[in-house]
Write a protein that binds this ligand. Structure first.
Ligand SMILES: [Fe+2]
Length: 390
C-alpha cells in the first residue's frame, strides 16, 4: 500500500533551448522595475548576459543590475536589500548558478520585511518569516543545485564560527523557472563537474531518503538515468553537446524537486559544516564525499535484503552498471567502484585542497547531520569517509 504524502506547488517551468527569449515577457507581466542578478563571469563571457540586458532594455523595463560573485553571505544580502528596499523594485530575476539563484530568492524575500536576514535564518535567528516577497524568476546557467525549483535559499558565513543555513518558506518557490540548456553550453568543465555531482548527490539522496514518496521516487529515478547518460558527456563535450546539456538541465531540475519534497542525506549533512568552515564549493564537497559515503552506506545495509534502501540501491546499481552480473551483490560492488571512477574522471578535487586536515576532521563530524539518510554511520565510519578525501 502507498503511504500518504503531500506534494507542494512548483514554479511555472519554461524548459528548452532558446527559452531565455521569454524572460522579458515574463518580467513585464509582473512589473516594470526589475532587479537583475548575475554571476561574476560565465554568463557574461558567453555573451548571454549582454544579450539578456539588451532584450530587457528593449522591452522598456527599468533595469537595475547586481553581480553575485560568491556563495551569498548574510552581509552581502543585507547590503543589497538595504540598497533596494526604498527603490520600489517589482520583480527580481537571477541568471546564474546556485549562488546567484539563492541570492535572488533571499533578496526577494527580505525586501518586504525589516531587519537582517540573520534574524530569519533557520538555526541562526529567532524570527519567523511571514512569507511576503517580491516575485522572483530563476534562470539557471549551471546544472546543479536545482535552486530554481526549491523554497529555500542557502546562505553561508565562512570561518571559525561559520555556517550554511537556509531561509525557507513555501512562498519562496520561484514564480517562474526558465531553463534554457543553451545557457549552459559555456559553463566551464570544472563547474559542470561540481554542479553535476551536486545534482547526482541530490537525486540519489532524495531517492534513498526516509521521506521519499512515489512522486519523488519517479523523478529521482528518471533524473539518475539522465545522470548516467549525460554527466560525463556534459563534462567532456559541454561546449557543443546540447543533448548532454539538456539531459543534465533536466536532471538538476528534477533534483531540486525531489530534494524539496523528500529531503537529503549524509553527504549534504557533511557539506553544511564543510562549507561553513572552509571555502569549499558546495558541489565539490558533495562530489568528493559521494563515493566514500555510499560505499559505507551499502556496506551497512547489504545484510538487510528487505531494507527499502538496499532494494533501491540495487535498482540504481543496475542503472549505472556497464556489464551484466548474476548477483545483486555484484551490482552493488560495481556501483561502489563506479562512484570512485566517476569522481576520478570528473577530476573532483580532494577536500585537503581547500584546507581540511586530519586535525579538523572531528569538528566536521561533530557538526554533521545524517538528515534523512537511510542508515546511520558510526563515528569511525564518518571519520574514515573524510580521511579518504584528504
Ligand atoms: Fe546540493
Amino acid at each position: 500500500m502507498t503511504d500518504s504524502f503531500q506534494f507542494s506547488s512548483l514554479p511555472k517551468i519554461i524548459f528548452g533551448p532558446g527559452k531565455r527569449n521569454e524572460l522579458a515577457a515574463e518580467l513585464s507581466s509582473r512589473g516594470n522595475k526589475v532587479l537583475l542578478l548575475t554571476g561574476s563571469s560565465s554568463v557574461h563571457n558567453s555573451g548571454h548576459g549582454d544579450e539578456i540586458i539588451t532584450a530587457l532594455k528593449t522591452a522598456n523595463l527599468e533595469l537595475k543590475h547586481e553581480v553575485i560573485a560568491h556563495e551569498p553571505s548574510p552581509s552581502l544580502i543585507d547590503q543589497i536589500v538595504e540598497k533596494y528596499r526604498p527603490s520600489g523594485i517589482q520583480v527580481i530575476v537571477a541568471v546564474g548558478g546556485g549562488s546567484v539563484m539563492d541570492a535572488g530568492k533571499a533578496i526577494s524575500a527580505m525586501i518586504p520585511v525589516d531587519g537582517s536576514i540573520r534574524d530569519y535564518l533557520e538555526g541562526v535567528g529567532e524570527k519567523k518569516h511571514p512569507g511576503d516577497k517580491i516575485p522572483f524568476i530563476a534562470m539557471p546557467t549551471t546544472s546543479g543545485t536545482g535552486s530554481e525549483m526549491t523554497k529555500n535559499a542557502v546562505i553561508s558565513e565562512v570561518g571559525e564560527k561559520g555556517f550554511k543555513k537556509s531561509l525557507r518558506h513555501e512562498n519562496f518557490i520561484p514564480e517562474v523557472a526558465i531553463i534554457d540548456p543553451e545557457m549552459m553550453l559555456s559553463c566551464p568543465a570544472k563547474l559542470t563537474a561540481a554542479s553535476g555531482m551536486d545534482a547526482f548527490t541530490q537525486l540519489l539522496e532524495s531517492y534513498l531518503s526516509t521521506k521519499a514518496n512515489p512522486m519523488t521516487d519517479a523523478l529521482a529515478l528518471q533524473g539518475l538515468k539522465q545522470i548516467k547518460k549525460y554527466l560525463l558527456r556534459a563534462f567532456l563535450e559541454g561546449e557543443q553537446n546540447m543533448e548532454a546539456r539538456s539531459g543534465m538541465a533536466l536532471a538538476a531540475m528534477f533534483s531540486g524537486i525531489t530534494l524539496a519534497h523528500a529531503g537529503l542525506g549524509l553527504v549534504h549533512g557533511f557539506a553544511s559544516p564543510l562549507g561553513g568552515f572552509y571555502y569549499i564549493p558546495h558541489g565539490v564537497a558533495c562530489g568528493s564525499l559521494m563515493a566514500p559515503v555510499f560505499a559505507t552506506t551499502i556496506d551497512n545495509l547489504q545484510d538487510q535484503p528487505e531494507h527499502p534502501a538496499i532494494k533501491k540501491l540495487i535498482i540504481i546499481s543496475k542503472v549505472f552498471a556497464d556489464f551484466k552480473y548474476k548477483q545483486d551483490m555484484e551490482y552493488l560492488h560495481a556501483f561502489k567502484e563506479k562512484l570512485i571512477h566517476i569522481t576520478t574522471l570528473l577530476e573532483v578535487p580532494m577536500l585537503s585542497e581547500f584546507g581540511l586536515k586530519e586535525e579538523g576532521i572531528q569538528k566536521i563530524v561533530d557538526c554533521t547531520s545524517h538528515k534523512n539518510h537511510p542508515v546511520r554511520l558510526t563515528n569511525d565510519q564518518l571519520i574514515n569517509a573524510l580521511q579518504l578525501r584528504i
